[in-house]
Design a protein around this ligand. Sequence first.
Ligand SMILES: [Zn+2]
Ligand SMILES: [Zn+2]
Length: 563
Amino acid sequence: MKLPTEKPVLVTSALPYVNGECHIGHLRTYVPADIYVRMLRKMGYEVVFVSGSDTHGTPIVLSAEAQGVTPEEVVEKYHEHFRRTFAELNVKFDYFGRTDSETNHKRTAEIVQRLVENGFVYKKVLKQAFCNTCGRFLPDRYVEGECPYCGAVARGDECDQGCSKHLEPGEILEPRCKVCGSKADFKDQEHFFFKLSSFADFLASYLEGLGGTLNARNYAREWVRKELRDWCVTRSLEWGVKFPGREDLVVYVWVDAPIGYISFTEELLKNRGKEEGWQRFWKEDGATVVHFIGTDIIYHHCIFWPAMLKGAGYSLPNAVVASGMVKIDGKTFSKTRGNVVWVSEFLERFHPDALRYFLVAHSSHTKELDFSWGAFATRLNNELVGILGNLVHRVLSFGYKNFGVVPEGVVKEEVLVEIEKAKAEVVRAVEEYEFKKLVDAAMGLANFGNSFFQREEPWHLLKQGEAGRERCGEIVKNVLQIIKAVCVFLDAVLPEKMAEVWEGLGMKTGSAGSDLRSVRLEEAVAEIKSGQRLKKPKKMFERFLATAEGDLKSPQPPSRNKK
Ligand SMILES: [Zn+2]
Ligand SMILES: [Zn+2]
């Protein structure tokens, strides 16, 4: 989707649930969202990028109880962990908040109040699981039992080991208390429901015009076509945002989590001295809002969320981009079965840019991404080392040794055509949310650079007097132009490595010196200036070998810049 250029763009990335450490499955959403934001800026858009920690719900309360600490302590620990991890990976949010902030409490209460006033919320008495031993109601993950749809063992809010259906409070059969193991009883309790069913027509037409990836739109349309059930939006819990006027109930975590997108925009703009600035994004249709999520939460973002916004009189998101889930060696991610790759372990051995590259280069954004050490090794060795690293190292070393500066010469039509072609593909990739096509276009150009250099054999010309040296310089300048363009196209994916190469090309120094991060896409075709001082290149990435078990055997320890 080509976004309107006159409006600012708000990009959000799904909120990490701060109950454990970051694994590479998380990054499938954050890294592409960050790449998208960096590319939009290069294309001239004004962009705001927000996310934050999802801090409420029963899993955090349960782990706090198990560890003998408060929910705040669990949240504090992992909120910091995620913030640090994103910084290490160069995922640069303009604002990274948390849903237990005062702003989010207020905004959630306001939106729920608005839904009540507009007649979209009603009371209903439910039979709820109650533990006599613990003396309390058992919301969501406090209870375990049998799925009413498929009979598998299920959690209170989801049939996680069977049909993966969302379960409403009171639906689970044969409930047992998760804390003490006792068989639970059913007791009447008053709850509040959101009239999702009355939004079917609205959602059907909203989804017609929704941008983003097809998978999100198609799943959501199918659910609307089948049946929308009203949605219980309260839980009997201490930890969370209180339901207006009820001290004994908090709102369901999936109510206050997406409202975090609004609150984070508010907090960011307030910090920038624009107290009411958020309204342009969420009340006045004055911006384009793009959500990056995983396919597992399409329902929440394409059904619940727009219905809530509509019912409360807010403006609506313009696009939902859903990434496929990550598998490890063909198997579903599982922390309990040890089928997981932690980001911290990864970063101890590899440069963050290599992981950023793999996450977008290995498969189409909407498809599943199957991680294995072997697949990672292949991408790293063949592409980052074999194509990109080889081009930069060979040509920059040659140019540095023989000229010391960007030589004189004319950039050939053939080269400019290839750069323009890659640039068009890069723009199309961003508009289609297909980041694999972006890296493929840039690597294609790098490949062309390698073949061009090889074909022209400039090293022979050096022995042919002054005229030969001149022709040699022109060839070098042409390939340096290609490297400059590759830097512009891959900066969003490999921000640290491309910045180093940019500096090596002499782009940062001199009167026209520029920072790669802030240059526009057009800079790729702007002629590289003769006379710029070149720097001796460093090795970009180390080659390594991986065995099937993931035991990495490297000729040298993989290098990693410690920050
Ligand atoms: Zn109990
Ligand atoms: Zn089931």
